[in-house]
Design a protein around this ligand. Structure first.
Ligand code: HEC
Ligand code: HEC
Length: 251
């Protein structure tokens, strides 16, 4: 709970001063913020307006997420500098599974663990439903086939691990509700996530997942980076939707 309070305090300070500052790891790391982050943090001050159709109870829960997941290009610095993942437009079942994995400790990321710890099962369901629909008013933006051809090297890696058999031909139509959409996710985040499935015996870094663990461990980090760069460059449904979206800004 203390860690969560620290995070929330950091966010309060951020919106009070209009200067975004949040920590990606409670102990050390200071997050690098970018110009759009500052603008969006300022927009957060008018937060309430933006979610007119969202019940107040849900709005209060989502307020805990806005300072990181609703700021375009917002950087985390743990375990290395990368953008905070896009969760708007993600499958609800996967958002739920991911939050439960942080809560239960299968995912080690310290900040997300303390945040997920503070959420009830109902909170997790409500939040997952909210983010899965956020920014999807126009329907799915994912083309049926990837809009870019992979290089021969990447094509071989994709084939060897049959990535599309689970994530869908366009990497946006996963075969199970608790599998993620990955097309268009931030490349640097995808790389960090893929490496996390290989990491074991580390209290602060890593993801225990039988499926992706078995897959990621077959590849070198260079190969995982090539996969992340390709998949992150595809068009898909995932977005970071800033609080100012009702004023016409979206990404
Ligand atoms: C201090 C910044 C911060 C805050 C606040 C925050 N997150 Fe996160 N979130 C992150 C980072 C960084 C990651 C990537 C963690 C990792 O590497 O596993 C992440 C990961 C996630 C993921 C997994 C995404 C994926 O593709 O697997 C979900 C879901 C998520 N957060 C939801 C939330 C929700 C819901 C809230 C509010 C209740 C929230 N986060 C608050 C920074 C934050
Ligand atoms: C047998 C099904 C299956 C296959 C094959 C598969 N994945 Fe996954 N993938 C999953 C599941 C399930 C998860 C969610 C794991 C979790 O909850 O952490 C996942 C998670 C991911 C993530 C993390 C997404 C995020 O938002 O954090 C990435 C990236 C990913 N897969 C990429 C790939 C790539 C690249 C390949 C091929 C090299 C691949 N996957 C093959 C089922 C699969």
């Amino acid at each position: 709970m203390n860690k969560l309070l620290t995070t929330l305090l950091a966010l309060l300070v951020a919106s009070a001063t209009g200067f975004a500052h949040a920590q990606s790891a409670p102990a050390s790391a200071s997050a690098a913020s970018s110009a759009p982050a500052t603008a969006a943090a300022a927009a957060n001050q008018q937060g309430g307006k933006a979610a007119a159709s969202t019940p107040a109870s849900l709005q209060a829960k989502i307020a805990m997420c806005l300072g990181c997941h609703n700021i375009i290009g917002y950087q985390a610095s743990f375990p290395e500098v990368h953008k905070v993942p896009k969760i708007a437009g993600q499958s609800a079942g996967y958002i739920e599974a991911a939050l439960n994995a942080y809560k239960g400790g299968d995912r080690k990321h310290p900040t997300m663990r303390s945040i997920a710890d503070a959420l009830s099962d109902q909170d997790i369901k409500d939040i997952a439903a909210y983010y899965s629909k956020l920014g999807q008013e126009g329907g799915s933006a994912a083309p049926a086939k990837p809009n870019n051809e992979p290089s021969p090297q990447v094509a071989k890696l994709l084939k060897d691990a049959a990535c599309v058999s689970c994530h869908g031909a366009n990497f946006s139509t996963p075969v199970a509700p608790n599998y993620p959409k990955v097309a268009g996710q931030y490349k640097d985040y995808l790389f960090v996530a893929l490496k996390a499935y290989k990491t074991e015996n580390n209290a602060a870094v890593g993801r225990n997942n039988a499926i992706m663990g078995g897959i990621a461990k077959q590849f070198s980090n260079d190969q995982l980076k090539a996969l992340a760069d390709y998949i992150g460059g595809l068009e898909g449904d995932l977005k970071t939707v800033p609080e100012s979206r009702f004023h016409g800004k979206e990404h």
